[in-house]
Ligand binder design. Structure first.
Ligand SMILES: C[S@@+](CC[C@H](N)C(=O)[O-])C[C@H]1O[C@@H](n2cnc3c(N)ncnc32)[C@H](O)[C@@H]1O
Length: 250
């Protein structure tokens, strides 16, 4: 009986995975990976059969039940099975469903952490998420909830936290900004959007909650991290005002 490793692929750049992740990829017999995992990262798994089980922007995903079954089946036939997930597997990555299903099937499982999008975005901006004197906490939040799932109480958390990292938020950025302001967060609170953090197509946009609420949000082709908080007021000079970015995109 083999073992399944839930491995963090980091935010995109192939050299932002851990050494442990790279060694497991080299040794892997089968790799089940998300759609966002970079081809250079997959190339490390030179001997493995690669199975894409990811979804991207509403395209049909491979059903979670199928993934759980396929992981268990692969571990019955191979020594090293890697389930490669974008960023860190334990944040917004449905890791728990897979861990629980493997435990139920009696298959050993180990988790290898990765660099999550929020910290990759902070690195891209060269802004500390917990800048001393300004922020003493960070919330990892999503406003998304699946069909049948209770609506997460994201707003109360995002209202209260000093720094908020919002995942899967770019499509609803204006609505999120409006809700945060209505909930009492200052309209001039800095907000940043980082697209493709760590990748060559990286883009960093600076704005405020009011501008995000009132101005058209640019279109994004890659994954985007929305972050809100005072720490971003002095963010990197390269950052474009949202209006300028919109013109550039048009
Ligand atoms: C399903 S969540 C998975 C998060 C992942 N487990 C992590 O720890 O980063 C996907 C979201 O992560 C964010 N994301 C992932 N990679 C990113 C990147 N390179 N740049 C910016 N945001 C990214 C986006 O908000 C995207 O919608």
């Amino acid at each position: 009986m083999g073992k399944v490793y839930l491995v963090g692929a980091g935010p995109g750049a192939a050299d932002l995975i851990t050494l442990r992740a790279a060694r497991l990829l080299e040794a892997a017999d089968v790799v089940f990976h998300d759609a966002l995992v970079h081809p250079d990262t997959l190339a490390i798994a030179a001997h493995a059969r690669l199975v894409d089980v990811g979804k991207r922007f509403g395209r049909i995903s491979t059903e979670q039940r199928f993934i759980n079954r396929a992981l268990a089946e692969a571990a019955r036939n191979h020594a090293v099975v890697v389930r490669l997930k974008g960023g860190d597997p334990m944040l917004f990555g449905r890791a728990q469903e897979e861990i629980d299903a493997l435990a139920e099937a009696g298959i050993e499982c180990e988790v290898v952490p990765g660099v999550t999008a929020a910290v990759a975005a902070a690195a891209a901006l060269r802004v500390s998420l917990t800048r001393r004197g300004i922020a003493r906490n960070v919330a990892f939040v999503t406003a998304r909830h699946g069909p049948g799932e209770p609506e997460a109480e994201w707003l109360a958390v995002a209202r209260a936290a000093d720094t908020v990292a919002l995942y899967m938020a770019s499509g609803q950025a204006a609505e999120i900004a409006a809700q945060l302001v209505s909930a009492g967060r200052a309209a001039d609170t800095p907000a940043v959007l980082v697209e493709n953090a760590s990748l060559p197509g990286e883009r960093r946009l600076a704005t405020t909650l009011a501008a995000l609420r009132d101005q058209p949000v640019p279109r994004f082709a890659g994954p985007v991290l929305l972050a809100v908080g005072e720490v971003f007021r002095d963010a990197d000079a390269e950052i474009l005002p949202i209006e300028q970015a919109r013109q550039k995109t048009a």
